[in-house]
Design a protein around this ligand. Structure first.
Ligand SMILES: Cc1cc2nc3c(=O)[nH]c(=O)nc-3n(C[C@H](O)[C@H](O)[C@H](O)COP(=O)(O)OP(=O)(O)OC[C@H]3O[C@@H](n4cnc5c(N)ncnc54)[C@H](O)[C@@H]3O)c2cc1C
Length: 455
C-alpha cells in the first residue's frame, strides 16, 4: 500500500529516459502524485543509444571504484530477475596475446575482484588456453594468442526497459507525457508552475508541483538554467558510436582491448546481426540527434580488420549505426573522458533535485536513492518501498505475431510517430531486413489500425 503521508506531494519529473522512468514508477508506487514530461519520445535520448550491456563495470576497477562495481553487479542481477525477458546473462571472451604478462595479470586481478563481489559463485571467471578455444576468428599472425579469459555480465534491451517502467508508473497513477518539452518555470509561493510545449501541435500547458526532478541526461544543465538553479557541476560529454552488421554472430560475445587507449570495445549478437562499439569522442556541443561520424565508423572498421579479419565485419556487411552522448560529471581535473568516474551526482537546490551522469545498469538504484533524498528533504516520515514488479509484454523485434505487437504498441504505448514504433517499441528498425521487407509490413498493419499515424 502506498503511504498516505506521501499522497498529495506533487512531483514533476523532467526527462523520460531510464532514470526518469524508474523514478516515476517508484514515486507512483509510493503514493506520490507524479507527472513526467519528455520533450521527444520516451527513451529517445541516451536510453536507446547505449551499448546495451547490463554490467558491473569491470573496467571501473582500474579507477578503484569498488563501491560502484559492487552496486553495478547487484543492480545487474536485479535486472536479470525483474526483467528476464529484456536483460539476460551473457558470457564474454577477453583475448590475451602471448608475452603480455602485465595486461594478463592486471586483468586477472580485476576479474578476481569482480568474482569476490558475485553472489552466484558459479559465475566466476575462468581461463581457456588457445588450443581449447572454439572461436578461431582472432588474428593470430601478428599477435599470437595465449588464450582467453571468460567472464559473465549481461545484455539488455534498453529502450523497452524504459517503456515498461513508464507503463508501470502509469499503472500506479502517474501521468507520463511524451513530446512535451519543458520551456519555462515560475516560482509560486512554495510551489512552481512549469510550462511545457506540446511538440506535436505547438500548444502550451502548465503544471503545478512541489518539487521538480531534473533527469534530462546530457541536457541537465539546460533545464537547471530554465529552473533558475545553479549547482556548478562541471560536465564533460563524450559521444559513443555503434555499428550493426548483417553478419549473424553465433559465437560468444567479445570484449577486445583498444590498443593505445585505456579501454575496450566489444562485439556481440544483436537481433539478426552483430553489434560492435563503441568509440569515445569528447564533444563540446550537445547534439539533439547524435550520429556516428565518418572517422568513428572508420576507427571501428580498421580495428575489426586487424582483430577479426575473417569474420566478415566490414563495409559490405555494415547496414546501421547509432550514437549516444555520455554525461560525465567531473570530480577532478583529469581531462581524458575514458578515465573519468561514471559515478553520478545528485544535487538538491531550491526544491529542484538534479541528476548528473549515471549508468543504465544502476539506474534503478540511482532512482531510488534520488527518491530517498527527496523524501528526507521534505521530512516525510514514511518508509519508501522499492517494489519489484514484472510486466512482460513479450514485445521484441523478432516477435512472430507482428500484428498483435503493433496493435498493442499503438493502443497502449504512447506511439506518436512511426519512428517511435519502429525504433523504440518494436525495435524492427535494427533488423537487416527492415528496409527490404519489415518496414512495409509494419506500415500496412498501421494503416489498418491507426491510419492517421502515417504522415
Ligand atoms: C555510447 C553509450 C554507451 C553506453 N553503454 C552503456 C551500457 O552498456 N550499460 C550501461 O549501464 N550504461 C551505458 N551507458 C549509459 C546509459 O546509457 C545512460 O546512463 C542512461 O541512458 C542515461 O539515462 P537518462 O535517463 O539519465 O538520460 P536520457 O536517456 O538522455 O534521458 C533524458 C531525457 O530528457 C529529455 N529532455 C531533455 N530536455 C527536455 C525538456 N526541456 N523537456 C522534457 N524533456 C527533456 C530528453 O529528450 C531525454 O529523453 C551508455 C551511454 C552511452 C552514451
Amino acid at each position: 500500500m502506498p503511504s498516505k503521508n506521501n499522497i498529495g506531494k506533487k512531483i514533476l519529473i523532467i526527462g523520460g529516459g531510464i532514470h526518469g522512468a524508474y523514478i516515476a514508477r517508484y514515486a507512483a508506487q509510493n503514493g506520490f502524485s507524479v507527472t513526467l514530461l519528455e520533450k521527444s519520445d520516451f527513451a529517445s535520448g541516451t536510453s536507446s543509444r547505449s551499448s546495451k550491456m547490463a554490467h558491473g563495470g569491470l573496467r571501473y576497477l582500474e579507477l578503484f571504484d569498488f563501491k560502484q562495481v559492487f552496486e553495478g553487479i547487484k543492480a545487474r542481477d536485479e535486472l536479470f530477475k525483474e526483467v528476464p525477458h529484456l536483460a539476460k546473462p551473457e558470457k564474454f571472451l577477453i583475448p590475451i596475446p602471448k608475452n603480455n604478462f602485465f595486461f594478463k595479470y592486471k586483468l586477472k586481478i580485476g576479474l578476481m575482484l569482480y568474482d569476490l563481489m558475485l553472489k552466484n559463485k558459479s559465475l566466476k571467471h575462468f581461463w581457456i588456453p588457445r588450443k581449447n578455444l572454439n572461436f578461431q576468428g582472432f588474428n593470430s599472425k601478428s599477435e599470437d594468442l595465449e588464450g582467453c579469459f571468460v567472464y559473465n555480465d549481461g545484455l539488455m534491451n534498453d529502450s523497452r526497459i524504459v517503456i515498461e517502467n513508464i507503463l508501470l508508473a502509469e499503472k500506479h497513477g502517474a501521468t507520463c507525457l511524451n513530446y512535451s518539452e519543458v520551456i519555462k518555470s515560475r516560482k509560486l509561493n512554495k510551489q512552481r508552475e512549469i510550462t511545457y510545449k506540446n511538440c506535436l501541435n505547438e500548444t502550451t500547458n502548465t503544471v503545478i508541483c512541489d518539487i521538480v526532478i531534473n533527469c534530462t541526461g546530457p541536457w541537465v544543465n539546460n533545464i537547471d538554467e530554465i529552473l533558475g538553479v545553479e549547482n556548478n557541476i562541471n560536465l564533460k560529454y563524450s559521444r559513443g558510436s555503434h555499428l550493426i552488421f548483417n553478419t549473424p554472430w553465433n559465437t560468444p560475445s567479445l570484449f577486445l582491448p583498444m590498443p593505445g587507449k585505456a579501454r575496450y570495445y566489444f562485439v556481440w549478437k544483436h537481433l539478426g546481426g552483430t553489434m560492435v562499439g563503441t568509440t569515445e569522442r569528447e564533444i563540446t556541443n550537445l547534439e539533439e540527434n547524435p550520429e556516428a561520424s565518418k572517422s568513428e565508423v572508420q576507427e571501428i572498421l580498421d580495428r575489426l580488420k586487424k582483430d577479426l579479419p575473417s569474420e566478415n565485419l566490414n563495409e559490405s556487411t555494415l547496414y546501421y549505426s547509432f550514437a549516444g552522448i555520455r554525461t560525465l560529471p567531473m570530480r577532478d581535473r583529469k581531462s581524458e573522458t575514458g578515465t573519468v568516474s561514471r559515478k553520478h551526482i545528485w544535487k538538491m537546490n531550491d526544491n529542484v533535485l538534479s541528476l548528473y551522469g549515471g549508468k543504465y545498469t544502476t539506474a534503478s538504484w540511482t532512482a531510488f536513492e534520488g527518491l530517498k533524498l527527496l523524501s528526507e528533504h521534505l521530512s516525510l516520515k514514511s518508509k519508501l518501498v522499492k517494489k519489484s514488479e514484472k510486466l512482460n509484454l513479450g514485445i521484441d523485434a523478432l516477435n512472430p505475431d507482428l500484428k498483435k505487437a503493433v496493435s498493442h504498441c499503438l493502443e497502449k504505448e504512447h506511439v506518436k510517430k512511426i519512428e517511435d514504433l519502429m525504433r523504440r517499441r518494436l525495435g524492427v528498425e535494427y533488423l537487416p531486413n527492415y528496409k527490404s521487407e519489415l518496414y512495409e509490413k509494419v506500415i500496412t498493419i498501421v494503416k489498418e489500425i491507426k491510419p492517421l499515424l502515417i504522415d
